[in-house]
Design a protein around this ligand. Structure first.
Ligand code: ADP
Length: 261
């Protein structure tokens, strides 16, 4: 997209030439469209649970809910309010990724970050009887610990959420040539090929109702994408429906050293 400005050059009242300036505004226009789309999406995502809360509250207020249904209605209100809290948390996490200046690169051990993050997910894995394993060993990288934790958390959380009861999640930390690699593999429902290119978009969900049921906001993988971009990493996805998914994040060592200079 270009913005064109034409200025005449005059001398003694007659036009002797023109200056034509063409500004490439592709990026600015894209950013603006992106921002507008994001705002529209956020409003929609916030309004849906709020309307549902208001609907239930109104029915209760007007005495239209039988006493035996009260607990169910209150439970529904609480679930929807919980959804709002998760959504707002995710939006804040995503917008924090834009405040890049306060994130210095430091020496981080990928294995240690993965181990910490996974400890925090033990309860939700146990609730679905999912066996979570971590393999590999110390892999030290120049990186941002908070972002690595964010990436590993979202990948493992999805690997558990979109898995079957009794399934497995394998996290492997390794160094391959001069790449530091995090691989998260699950035995879950998989992602149909036609959706694979889009799951990293904000608010994109393969199956809205299933994602909603498991508390998904559709923001997890876009947080991953932004964090990986910030760290100059690369994402690989392999998935087949009903067999499982493997997402691999690799960081080329010297690339981050360059950023850090
Ligand atoms: P959500 O909050 O809905 O989990 P994400 O951005 O983390 O949002 O993921 C986007 C969508 O990609 C999910 O709704 C789900 O349909 C799909 N997805 C993500 N990870 C997996 C996985 N490991 N297995 C199957 N589907 C997945």
């Amino acid at each position: 997209e270009y913005q064109i400005h034409i200025n005449r050059i005059e001398s003694n009242g007659s036009v002797i030439g023109a200056v034509i300036l063409a500004f490439d505004i592709t990026e600015a226009a894209f950013a603006e469209r992106n921002r507008r789309e994001f705002t529209a999406n956020v409003s929609h995502e916030l309004k849906t649970p709020l309307q549902s809360i208001m609907g239930s509250a109104e029915l209760m207020e007007n005495g239209l809910v039988k006493p035996e249904d009260m607990t169910r209605f209150v439970g529904h209100i609480r679930t929807e309010a919980g959804r709002l809290v998760t959504l707002i948390d995710d939006i804040i996490r995503l917008s924090r990724l834009d405040e890049k200046c306060d994130m210095p690169f430091e020496n981080v051990d990928l294995y240690e970050v993965a181990s910490d993050v996974m400890a925090g997910l033990a309860d939700i894995a146990a609730a679905k009887d999912i066996e979570v394993t971590l393999t590999g060993g110390t892999v030290s990288v120049k990186s941002v610990r908070r972002l690595l934790a964010e990436i590993i958390f979202n990948l493992c959380d999805n690997a558990i959420k979109y898995n079957k009861n009794g399934g497995t999640v394998e996290v492997a930390i390794s160094r391959q040539e001069n790449n530091a690699v995090i691989a998260v593999k699950d035995s879950g429902i998989g992602i149909p090929p036609e959706h694979q290119a889009r799951i990293f978009e904000r608010f994109y969900r393969v199956d809205k109702s299933r994602s909603k049921e498991s508390g998904g906001t559709g923001l997890g993988l876009s947080i991953v994408k932004h964090a990986v971009q910030y760290l100059n990493g690369k994402i690989d996805l392999q998935s087949s429906p009903r067999q499982g998914t493997m997402i691999q994040i690799s960081f080329q060592e010297d690339k981050n050293d360059v950023v850090n200079v």
